[in-house]
Design a protein around this ligand. Sequence first.
Ligand SMILES: Cc1cc2nc3c(=O)[nH]c(=O)nc-3n(C[C@H](O)[C@H](O)[C@H](O)COP(=O)(O)OP(=O)(O)OC[C@H]3O[C@@H](n4cnc5c(N)ncnc54)[C@H](O)[C@@H]3O)c2cc1C
Length: 436
Amino acid sequence: MVQFTGEAELGHPYWWEAAPPRSAEDPLPDRCDILVIGAGYAGLSAAIAAHDAGAKVAVVDASDPGAGASSRNGGMFGAHPRLSWTQLSKRFGSDVADGVFAEAAPALDWAKALIGTEKIDCDLQQTGRMQLAWTPQHAQGQRTLVRAVSEKSCVAVQTLCETDFRQEIGTKKYHGAIMFPQHCGLHPAKFHGGLRRAVEARGVPLTGQAEVTHLRRDGHRFVAQTPKGKVTADKVVLCTNGYTTRAFRWHLARVFPLPSYLIATEALPPNLIGHLAPGRRMMVETRARHSYFRISPDGTRILWGGRESMRPLHMREAARRLHATMTEIWPDLRDVKLSHAWWGNTGYSFTHMPHVGDDRGLHYAMGFSGSGTVMAPYLGAKAAWQAVGDPRGETAYTAMNFTRHILHPFARPHFLYAADVWYRTVVDRLDNWRAG
Ligand SMILES: Cc1cc2nc3c(=O)[nH]c(=O)nc-3n(C[C@H](O)[C@H](O)[C@H](O)COP(=O)(O)OP(=O)(O)OC[C@H]3O[C@@H](n4cnc5c(N)ncnc54)[C@H](O)[C@@H]3O)c2cc1C
């Protein structure tokens, strides 16, 4: 049975111990050139890019800035398209597939450079990311993936031989692994805090508890209504991802909130950490339930995440399921207590890919589908540059059709319930049977 330490507070992210979200009390300006809605990685990066391109910018958030996914995530920092080159090519054409693959390495470099130029202290470490094959078939698929990625992009990726991969992780549960050596780990809330400080240093007003409840067009401009007043803006950049509200129905029909859950163990003896994960990599499984795990930046605990359910779960039940998955891989952790358990919304698109685009001055960057530590700041900046007409806004992601599902959002609870049952009763069981 899962046990918690005395101080455990369910729902409180581990990351908030070092960098909790702070309120933002700047008064709303009456007018600005660019209004950024949403103050996560995408919105803050958009604000920096638009300001530096000469625009008068304001940022609003429905909550305290950072209370969304950007201070809750696993801190795995890498950019690799969720779809294979073939899948992308079938859906959007080979030029788009080439473009998306060609952008993967520059996006990661750009985000690393942003951390450097803004002097953000966020425990960035080039740990590499290991993708662990749950079944022999998955391991076979990984070899194909490595060939395709190496052919189509500058992303470094390699298949690990049996000896190398057994030295990286203390379990025999997996059937193979590939490694993205340039991927990193960071402290996500410190990263968000650093972006926020960069926005504040530029004098850009940042207003929290200011949900845009209504956005209307007034000639060539927009008027945004919030509980703290109205703002008139020439252009809007919408960066609300998995927290998009009903004021943005068009976007809400294209990106849906999928909860992801995380637990942190209590501090563990160094020799136990050294035995479980000697390589100290970021680690992601190929299993449908998609467990991802890592060592905390200070090297003391295991952080274990996964999509334990597609529907909201009680935090205690989510922690129980995550703990069970973790101890299936590492039975040594059976009696270890948890210090934290929390969750956040990923913003999934029906293409599994992020999207950037605009509708007559209403620009957006969203749909990061669970991989946004690099892509959200990168595409947030692209959306802002597009809004101010800067050629740096060019990206292959604009060319992908942002499709909606016919039944979404009206049938959302049923749709997620059906998907949850499908993954749990069919896909997971099939994976486990194949894993042997
Ligand atoms: C538990 C979890 C683990 C994850 N792990 C990883 C990982 O390891 N690696 C990785 O790459 N990605 C990961 N992700 C995904 C990543 O965190 C997100 O893709 C990224 O943070 C999205 O940033 P964002 O700025 O687009 O959105 P968010 O940070 O979610 O911010 C959106 C903001 O919009 C605001 N908002 C919404 N509607 C309105 C409105 N009407 N008016 C004003 N404001 C509004 C919200 O209040 C919120 O603050 C994870 C996500 C979760 C939830």
